[in-house]
Design a protein around this ligand. Structure first.
Ligand code: NAD
Length: 250
């Protein structure tokens, strides 16, 4: 495969997009460290891959992300690819939202990307270069009501991707972001509870019908992640790749 002999870490890979990214990287020959805050989920995904390893880590914890990177090097000898995927969403108006709720989203979605850059970046560089792929969102480009903390965190992920790409270029590390539209995962299903708490109907099905036509699949995100993680994207860095079935164009 195009990722033979490469070692990768993927955060939040116990289910959904991260799981599909881990599977896609492994299918191209990478040795994958499947990481998640949910140790059992990470272990289950890793077992099915039949290689690599799993590592429980909270993506918002500096100690955990540092330990995850160290685990990759100790167990597999090197690190070439880091996918910062772990993320959560919470729908609520900015006015009335607690600072704790706001920070919970940004601590995982934004701090988590910073920590992967901070700790995986120099190790990837030290091994001769490689790639970082950050999972942002189309909400980084156009926000919507009730998604403030999430959209702000994702816009910041795109900005951090640009800075990291510039700072790490001479060290041979390319850094890109993926901006998915609605992808069929538990994250979207779980927003139903947010809307119920607000006394509002869940609008996503109508939005998807009008804008995207259908949900994207986690596997479709996995394919773009392989492209950006591997040699076929050799001149791509600092960019945000929209993957939304044409939603942003409509
Ligand atoms: P998901 O809820 O299905 O999976 C998220 C995974 O992250 C879970 O396994 C969960 O245990 C893990 N996780 C949660 N908090 C964590 C933490 N603190 N540390 C480590 N792991 C943690 O969600 P998903 O849809 O697969 O989302 C993955 C990424 O894709 C997120 O960054 C999300 O914002 C982004 N995204 C999703 C969509 C979508 O429509 N599903 C669209 C755009 C972007």
């Amino acid at each position: 495969g195009q990722l033979d002999s490469k070692v990768a870490i993927v955060t939040g890979a116990g289910q959904g997009i991260g799981k599909a990214v881990a599977e896609a990287l492994a299918a191209e020959g990478a040795t994958v460290v499947v990481s998640d805050i949910n140790a059992d989920a990470a272990q289950a995904v890793s077992s099915a891959l039949g290689g690599g390893s799993s590592f429980a880590a909270d993506a918002s914890s500096e100690e955990d992300v540092q330990a995850l990177v160290q685990h990759a090097v100790d167990t597999h000898g090197r690190l070439d690819i880091a996918v910062a995927n772990a993320g959560i969403a919470h729908m609520a108006p900015l006015v009335g939202q607690s600072l704790a709720d706001f920070r919970k989203v940004t601590s995982i979605n934004l701090d988590g990307v910073f920590l992967v850059t901070r700790y995986a970046g120099p190790v990837i560089a030290g091994g001769g270069g490689g790639t970082i792929v950050n999972i942002a969102s189309i909400t980084s480009q156009a926000a919507a009501p009730l998604i403030g903390s999430y959209a702000a965190s994702k816009a910041a992920v795109v900005s951090l991707t640009q800075t990291a790409a510039i700072e790490l270029r001479d060290a041979g590390v390319r850094v890109n972001a993926i901006c998915p539209g609605f992808i069929d995962t538990q994250l979207v299903v779980d927003r139903k509870a947010d809307f119920e708490a607000l006394g509002l109907p869940m609008p996503f099905d109508d939005l998807i019908a009008a804008k995207q036509g259908r949900y994207g699949t986690p596997e479709e995100v996995g394919k773009l992640a392989v492209f950006l993680a591997g040699p076929r994207s050799s001149f791509s860095s600092g960019s945000a790749y929209v993957l939304d079935g044409g939603a942003r164009a409509s």
